[in-house]
Ligand binder design. Structure first.
Ligand code: SF4
Length: 469
């Protein structure tokens, strides 16, 4: 194990070979120690001026700031900024990004991980941890796009980026297996390497380092804010993490009951469990009963586990008392009946679109999960099916995006593409702009990410749809 005193990093790459050095700070205890080790290395190599630190804000899912006994304790976003500043990165070189989606008028709307889960109807699981890319790595990667476009033109070659993360082997088997250094993306625009400089640090060493650190650690690690006993949450990041230990989850439910109830709403609406078996620990007994007794409806002809979202239309809508629904459709005036028919039609179309997307996403997530235990011809079959679903999912989304921008002036469309950080000009035709926009949106979906993960995993094991030359 590298000594926390010497700050010796794991498998140090040649930092001078990169155009951008990009540490990603979650604001947690490991980010701080990673930043200390990494900045020592960057300064020693004389390239600390190439550092831009990033924090992908998780919005309401992050541990927020709190005031306890009259003392204010910072939340995760603030801690990420403090970590960057404490190790010498100027304020204008620390970037906080958050996931957004383009609205109909071209402005960006926040799109948190929980919104994503609610939209796609399935919580992340072992084997399909799409949340990590959707909420963090993918968001930062998108933030690089404008800089990559500019630098690729200026340099006449792909931009070389070093992504630096605070992941450690102690955190779990998957992290232990992850190499301390690897190339994670290589195309004509960018080559992205990933480095985990504190991979071999033990949890005890990290805590020991924090005793003399120039930045505070998040209050949630303690039994009460400021206690300094490390008897609270063992991890930071999303307050409610699907992969957290049972102890951490129960602690979070106690500390953030309203957030826990929000997750319970999503579970209820989409018929998928955050963590099977945890339902009995919801903070609100009424909700506990609801979760336990409300029926889950299977869609006819669909795979087990795909459930019709609560909402329009029988048979999935919970039964309502007549006084709640008012008079039935037979008793409505004709104009109102017409209006209801139109709304019902629109709702059915919307529902169909959501279900199509849910099914594609779910199947791709299942395939990605199955791929880890498949080899050779079996893996190739999975890859073929996933590729078809990928194309189909993209085509569905392209149509949805086109419908969303129907009637929107071309200049607003150009603004939407530009706001998404994609290069474009007013001379490009409308279809091309819609395609670019849909692709950017598609690549951030769990379905597309699951496919990328599957394809990358298969390629590493020598299985690819592209024949070797
Ligand atoms: S903290 Fe947990 S839920 Fe949040 S992105 Fe990471 S793995 Fe997913």
């Amino acid at each position: 194990m590298p000594s926390p005193i010497t700050n010796q990093p794991s498998a140090a790459p040649d930092l001078t070979s990169y155009d951008l050095l990009a540490p990603q700070l979650s604001g947690g205890k490991d980010s701080a120690v990673m930043m200390a080790v990494f900045m020592d290395a960057a300064r020693a190599a004389g390239v600390d001026d190439r550092v831009i630190s990033y924090h992908s804000s998780l919005g309401v899912l992050e541990w927020p700031p709190v005031v306890f006994d009259g003392v204010r304790y910072p939340g995760e976003s603030e801690l990420a900024g403090l970590q960057s500043a404490a190790f010498g990165v100027p304020a204008d070189r620390h970037v906080e990004v958050t996931r957004t989606m383009p609205g109909p008028d071209g402005t960006r709307m926040p799109h948190s991980l929980l919104t994503e889960i609610a939209a796609y109807g399935r919580f992340p699981r072992k084997g399909s941890p799409y949340c990590r890319k959707a909420a963090k790595e993918g968001v930062v990667s998108s933030a690089w796009t404008p800089m990559v476009s500019r630098l690729t033109r200026e340099l006449g070659r792909p931009v070389r980026i070093l992504k630096v993360l605070g992941l450690r082997s102690d955190e779990g088997a998957d992290r232990k297996k992850r190499p301390a250094f690897r190339t994670v993306q290589a195309n004509s625009a960018r080559i992205v390497d990933e480095w985990l400089p504190v991979k071999d640090w033990t949890t005890d060493a990290v805590k020991e380092w924090h005793a003399g650190a120039p930045v505070p650690y998040c209050w949630t690690y303690d039994s009460v804010p400021g206690a300094g006993d490390w008897l609270g949450s063992s991890r930071c990041s999303c307050s409610l993490c699907v992969f957290a230990s049972r102890r951490d989850l129960l602690l979070t439910i106690g500390r953030r009951p309203r957030l826990a109830n929000l997750y319970a709403e999503v579970e209820q609406a989409r018929g998928d469990s955050f963590r099977p078996g945890l339902a009995d620990h919801r903070p609100d007994p009424a909700r506990r009963t609801l979760r336990g007794t409300r029926p889950r409806h299977r869609l006819p002809g669909r795979r087990t586990g795909v459930h019709r979202p609560a909402g329009p239309g029988p048979p999935s809508a919970p039964a309502r008392a007549p006084q709640e629904t008012g008079a039935g459709p037979r008793h409505r005036p004709r104009a109102v009946r017409r209006l209801h028919r139109t709304h019902d039609h629109a709702r059915r179309s919307l529902l169909k679109g959501i279900l199509l997307m849910m099914t594609t996403t779910q199947r791709l997530l299942d395939l990605a999960a199955d791929a880890s235990g498949s080899h050779d011809a079996d893996l190739m079959l999975l890859l073929h099916e996933a590729s078809e679903l990928y194309q189909q999912g993209f085509e569905d989304l392209r149509r949805t995006v086109a419908a969303r921008f129907t009637g929107v002036p071309s200049r607003s469309l150009v603004a939407a593409v530009t706001a998404a950080g994609l290069p474009c000009d007013a001379s490009q035709d409308r279809d091309e702009l819609l395609l670019v926009l849909a692709l950017a949106e598609w690549e951030m979906t769990p379905a597309a990410m699951a496919y990328s993960q599957l394809a990358e995993d298969a390629a590493r094991r020598g299985v690819s749809l592209i024949p070797e030359e």
